[in-house]
Write a protein that binds this ligand. Structure first.
Ligand SMILES: *Cc1c(COP(=O)(O)O)cnc(C)c1O
Length: 358
């Protein structure tokens, strides 16, 4: 049976990415060797990382003066590397969820942290507005897409200091105004590649402004200088990322990716809003994520939630169980998810409702 993969991360990758990765595991670039067993310093792999870096710059329209890095250890390591490298005195953070608050916790080890607003008291069901970011902040850090709670900030905030964003779960779904940013980072396992590599884009002239000593591996300048090859980079995830980037370019880049993402999200939110059985968990529709759609059953039907997950799984729909801290359902609609999978989910909602509505 065809599977419809709504997992939140690791998550669906394009067939193009999977097939080319599988092929290269057997025979990489006609070397007669697997991509798993070649030197990261071979000319064949150097070509992979060079092309991947160039495609990231091209697809995201990154101007000169920024470096694109491929680092190990996940987006969570950036929660510490960002303040290590950029927090000289004080930084501002927006608390919109678990990942944001994890980033705040790490930043506090390095200096003053001003949490300008938080939606924690309301279970992170909305994005705070009307907060004030002090102009003397070294940077303002925000999480553009809150993977667990289904909220998203799709416009680069206007604040009187440079921006840094964790875009782990919505990178490559919109354009970025680089003039506002000194860093953007994203773990690979949502919109790019298998888990294991983190894409970090840093503005070169924003580095070197902190007084502290930075351990070699945690200093962005080490990785800039060595082209992400100071140590062995995650070779396989970088290879897969290149395939995804080629696929994104072929499709038509960010404009087309965003158009598709908006279409998929609109279809699912319409089904939720039209339903008497399901309801969204994000309070203001303006804050709804187009990547992770969170919803529950209304109180009257609450006890049917587990049954709906089973009902879906019989139709090949996997990964829609909500995060344990939110409950209900979460359908992740990452770039690689076809519109058809959303159609199948919406149909399942209709059919389930037709059978169980009282
Ligand atoms: C998944 C996720 C993370 C954590 O990524 P790891 O690679 O597991 O460290 C951080 N931030 C956001 C927004 C995420 O979605």
């Amino acid at each position: 049976m065809k599977k419809h993969n709504f997992y939140a991360g690791p998550s669906i990758l394009s067939e193009y990415t999977i097939q080319n990765t599988a092929d290269a595991i057997i025979n990489f670039a006609d070397t007669g060797l697997s991509v798993l067993e070649v030197s990261h310093r071979s000319k064949e792999f150097q070509a992979v990382i060079d092309e991947a870096t160039a495609l990231v710059k091209e697809i995201l329209s990154i101007p000169d003066g920024f470096s694109v890095l491929w680092l190990g250890s996940g987006a969570s390591m950036q929660f510490c590397m960002i303040p290590y490298n950029f927090l000289a005195r004080k930084a501002s953070y927006l608390d919109t969820g678990t990942w944001a608050s994890n980033a705040i916790k790490e930043a506090r080890l390095f200096g003053d942290v001003d949490v300008v607003a938080s939606s924690k008291d309301a279970g992170y069901t909305y994005i705070p507005r009307d907060y004030v970011v002090p102009a003397d902040s070294d940077y303002f850090h925000y999480t553009s897409n809150n993977t667990i709670y289904g909220t998203e900030i799709r416009r680069d905030p206007d604040v009187p200091c440079p921006l840094i964003a964790d875009m782990s779960s919505d990178i490559f779904s919109r354009h970025i105004d680089w003039s506002k940013y000194i860093a953007v980072y994203a773990g690979s396992q949502k919109n790019l590649a298998p888990a294991g590599v983190t894409l970090v884009i840093v503005r070169d002239d924003a580095l070197g402004k902190v007084n502290r000593a930075i351990p070699t591996m945690l200093d962005y300048r080490t990785h800039i200088k060595k082209g992400s090859m100071f140590n062995t980079p995650p070779v396989l995830p970088i290879f897969s990322a290149l395939q995804t980037l080629r696929y994104y370019k072929q499709l038509g880049g960010i404009d087309e990716l965003e158009r598709r993402d908006l279409e998929k999200a609109a279809m699912l939110y319409r089904a939720i809003d039209d339903s008497e059985m399901f309801e969204g968990t994000v309070t203001d529709p303006a804050d709804r994520s187009i990547m992770n759609v969170t919803f529950v059953m209304v109180q009257k039907y609450k006890e049917l939630e587990a049954k709906f997950v089973e009902f879906c799984s019989a139709r090949g729909i996997v990964g829609i169980k909500g995060h344990r801290s939110v409950g209900g359902f979460r359908a992740s609609l990452y770039n690689a998810l076809p519109l058809d999978s959303v159609r199948v989910l919406v149909e399942a909602m209709h059919d389930f409702e037709a059978t169980h509505l009282q």
